[in-house]
Design a protein. Structure first.
Length: 702
């Protein structure tokens, strides 16, 4: 190993030159032979990160790493459900390698061999290592155990599971520590001046007493202002950064559901009916049910408390087979394998809980007297459920006090004893005291320990191949001869299909609107589609979907046309604000007189404890401009009308109390520094990703 390292260090330069010449010769030979992969450059790309093209092979290599890691952790290979997450992990890892770790190198961040050892058995041990090698008896971490384990690992053959697991873990420690060092480097550069700390103190403690006129935008009708194209353009240009976006697509689509027919239902029922005779004579009910049922829980023990709602205890006789019968979209056959007396009892009751306001004798007496009065009314014929809804003080009040079935140990002892001692159903003669209050109890079902072993065969009604084919043909008929978006919309209306819309679909999305998992549609949108193009039929398990692409937005800024509907209300409010400001500016007198001259939609409000950091006014809502202007006024002075988030405000400062200076603003400085640290820490990775100009083209393959 040392010899190889020496060669790498001393002969690196000429080896690199030799390899370069060899690659160049190979490439030139490829070009002139007509087999050049350069001619196909980009077709094998899954994207670009920080100016580097990411090949499919590189991406697949990282995916395989994540798959192996998953297999090591869970003892099995990942299935289809896990693969989307694993692919995303692989992409995030590539971003870390090519974008984030590149930034580490620029500022000289590295993790030395000594640091690596320090993370494993030194003073700054990684929490995962510490947890794995902590003595459960003493709670102390033992670095000697780590050393012993590493020696054992080294003695194991290459490729053995423990060694691979440790090498993978150790490899992942390094980028984690690099990231911590890099973030600390940036975070530690955060600094808050004494002046900033003092300003924060005043923002939190200075108080203003204000009165203000508020006119909401709805005081002017929409028809009173004209939202012009120029107004929209002006607003868009002023706020263009709000409309920064990744590449996306908009669609309209129709879904033609695949529904099991009456014939499909009959087929399932007839198939299940043929099993009934075998089920009756079966001596291994659990085995037969497990083999014949779509459900994994085909054989279980039940009591009165957890008995399925489709069964009645009166019908459960040992050896009896019930069904087939329909429960929702599932046909079921039930065999009562055994009826027996269990050791656990169950009962059902409803109650009205009256809590005491204070736990002293007077408080308890008041609660008990109230409970007894309610009990008296119920005994006289009042409806228990109505009284529970009126007086109940716990979550059962809304359902008439019903507690459902409960078993031994589920209720506090006084309550359980009262219910389990009942020999008949109905309201108990006296209230029952528990730690929660006084209970008025009605026993719905007296206690029982009857239990049942039930074997249940379930068969879901699913569409047959004939039904699936028929539904697919209907979808194909819908899409035939369509040539435009207008044709698409017209035919959907003619056939009574709901036309649905989904906007801002990104290349990495897997779900669309109400469709759920619809990755194949996303791939079509980014691989083949164009505005106005109508798709083939997509088979999404329980529905067939036809899509038309209605809009395409390139990476950069959304065009004005695509955000017009979004910004029109804001532009309309701007125009309304000008109308309101003009009218208020022309008015004279006190705030009340100004409000009266405007009309009933203008009102005067006040606040006696306004603070600069509140950013809002009572009734007005969020309006930092108005708050800032208020603190900038002199006592007794009034502002000009100001358009805010929700309407127009005129502020009049009554009095401003400036908090006295204090000797030490350390607390406020610490708070500002912590906020800055949190903000910087959360934004570092996002900032790097944004500057890396990441282009995701994985839709070409997945």
């Amino acid at each position: 190993m040392a010899f190889i390292g020496t060669l790498r260090n001393k002969m690196g330069t000429w080896v690199v030159i030799f390899v370069f010449i060899a690659i160049a010769a190979f490439t030139l030979n490829d070009i002139f032979s007509g087999k050049s992969s350069i001619l196909n450059w980009g077709k094998n790309s899954v994207g670009e990160i920080a100016g580097k093209e990411i090949s499919y092979d590189e991406y697949q290599s990282v995916i395989r790493e994540r798959e192996q890691n998953y297999a090591l952790n869970f003892g099995r290979d990942p299935g289809e459900r896990e693969m989307p997450s694993i692919r995303q992990q692989a992409w995030d890892l590539l971003i870390a390698r090519h974008a984030i770790q590149a930034e580490f190198a620029k500022v000289g961040v590295e993790v030395t061999t000594d640091e690596q050892w320090d993370m494993v058995a030194g003073k700054n041990v990684d929490p995962n290592v510490k947890m794995a090698f902590t003595d459960p008896n003493t709670g102390q971490f033992d670095p000697n155990k780590v050393t012993t384990y590493l020696n054992q690992i080294k003695a194991m053959p290459m490729g053995s599971e423990p060694r691979v697991r440790w090498e993978t873990f150790q490899r992942d420690l390094i980028p984690g520590r690099e990231r911590i060092k890099y973030e600390n480097l940036l975070i530690k550069s955060t600094y808050v001046t004494a002046a900033e700390a003092e300003r924060e103190y005043h923002q939190q403690t200075d108080v203003a007493e204000v009165r203000y006129v508020y006119v909401p935008y709805f005081a002017v009708s929409d028809s009173a202002v004209n939202v012009t194209e120029d107004a929209l353009k002006a607003y868009y240009n002023k706020n263009v950064e709000k409309f920064k976006t990744e590449e996306s697509r908009d669609i309209k689509y129709v879904s033609i559901p695949v529904v099991a027919s009456a014939s499909d239902s009959l087929t399932v029922k007839e198939d299940l009916a043929r099993d009934v005779n075998e089920f009756k004579t079966s001596s291994e009910d659990s085995v037969y049910a497990a083999k014949s049922s779509d459900s994994k829980n085909a054989f279980a023990t039940y009591n009165a408390g957890n008995l399925p709602t489709f069964l009645s205890p009166d019908s459960l006789i040992q050896g009896k087979v019930i069904g087939p019968f329909l429960d929702g979209q599932v046909y079921k056959v039930v065999k009562v394998s055994k009826v027996f007396n269990d050791t656990t009892y169950s009962a059902r009751a409803k109650h009205i809980l009256i809590k005491w306001n204070t736990p002293d004798a007077a408080g308890k007496k008041e609660a008990k007297d109230k409970a007894l009065a309610i009990l008296k009314d119920i005994k006289a014929g009042a409806n228990f459920g109505a009284k529970a809804a009126e007086f109940g003080t716990d979550g059962t009040a809304s359902r008439g006090g019903d507690l459902g079935w409960f078993s031994s140990g589920q209720m506090v002892k006084p309550f359980q004893t009262a219910v389990f001692n009942a020999t008949k159903t109905g309201v108990l003669n006296d209230v029952v005291e528990t730690e929660f209050g006084y209970h008025i109890i009605s026993v719905t079902d007296v206690k029982t320990n009857k239990a049942y072993k039930l074997a249940i065969i379930e068969r879901e009604i699913v569409p047959t191949d004939a039904t699936l084919n028929e539904a697919f043909r209907a979808a194909e008929k819908f899409v035939s001869d369509l040539g435009s978006i207008a044709d698409f919309e017209k035919r959907a209306k003619e056939q009574g299909l709901v036309l649905q819309e989904a906007k801002n679909i990104a290349a990495g999305d897997r779900r669309i609107g109400t469709l759920g998992e619809a990755r194949q549609i996303v791939q079509w949108l980014f691989r083949e589609a164009s505005v106005g193009k109508i798709s083939q039929v997509f088979d999404l398990q329980e529905e067939n979907v036809v899509v038309v692409m209605t809009n395409e937005i390139k990476k950069g800024y959304k065009p004005l046309a695509s955000v017009t509907a979004e910004i029109t209300p804001a532009v309309r409010n701007e125009l309304k604000g000008k109308v309101i400001i003009d009218k208020l500016s022309a008015a004279k007198g006190t705030l009340e007189e100004i409000a009266a001259s405007f009309g009933t939609d203008a009102n005067v409000y006040s606040s006696s404890d306004l603070k600069l950091n509140s950013n809002s006014l009572p009734t007005v809502g969020f309006d930092p401009q108005a708050v800032g202007v208020a603190f900038g006024l002199e006592n007794g002075k009034r502002s000009k009308p100001m358009a805010g988030e929700n309407g127009v405000v005129i502020v009049e400062l009554q009095n401003k109390t400036i908090a006295p200076a204090v000797g030490d603003y350390a607390t406020f400085k610490a708070g500002l520094e912590q906020n800055a640290v949190n903000r910087n820490s959360a934004g570092i990775a996002d900032a790097i990703k944004e500057s890396a100009d990441i282009v995701d083209k994985r839709y070409r393959f997945f």
